[in-house]
Ligand binder design. Structure first.
Ligand code: ADP
Length: 163
């Protein structure tokens, strides 16, 4: 069984992430969508909120949503997955993605990375752009699924009040 892991902070989830998840799920028997704890940055949504938002939106039978505070490679090893999926939006992503690829390979050289390019519309979409749009009271409908839009707006506004 071919298993892969698509990891990210998903803070919050965007249509760009969903595009990659749905396409990656067609390439493998099982895809783990893994919410990671980012050690450098304060997150807007809790791990539980991020996991639940993904679960609300993703319907593919072969996708399982999980989270970890460990290395992505360690999670993959535990699950018997040898492929990591990444989205590569533009040249800005390239540097960090290639560095990540080498670090992961140095930890476990059985792990391969498959890079998918997003659908054109989402090439410049990021979680931070969504947070900024909400900050300026702009409509984020083109960038996030309808069923979680309000939850995303509320969560971002809550974190702005706390800041
Ligand atoms: P970010 O915080 O930059 O939005 P994440 O850490 O949540 O990103 O991203 C997880 C993975 O999804 C990374 O490989 C990232 O490049 C990719 N990704 C993020 N946004 C998009 C998008 N709009 N289209 C395609 N891939 C994306």
């Amino acid at each position: 069984m071919r298993k892969a892991v698509y990891a990210g902070s998903f803070d919050p989830l965007s249509n760009g992430h969903i595009d990659i998840m749905e396409r990656a799920a067609k390439l493998v028997d099982k895809l783990y969508v893994l919410v990671t704890v980012n050690i450098d940055k304060h997150s807007t949504f809790t791990i539980e909120e991020r996991v639940n938002m993904i679960k609300k939106v993703i319907k593919a039978d072969n996708i399982e949503v999980a989270w970890t505070d460990d290395l992505v490679v360690k999670f993959a090893e535990e699950k018997g997955a040898t492929t990591l999926i990444r989205g590569l939006r533009n040249i800005k992503d390239f540097e960090s993605e290639i560095a990540l690829y080498h670090f992961n390979r140095n930890i476990d050289n059985r792990i391969e990375t498959i890079v998918l390019f997003p659908t054109y519309l989402y090439t410049y979409l990021s979680s931070s752009a969504i947070r900024e749009l909400v900050y300026y009271d702009q409509d984020i409908s083109p960038y996030v699924p309808k069923i979680i839009k309000e939850e995303i707006v509320k969560g971002i506004k809550r974190s702005l009040k706390q800041a």
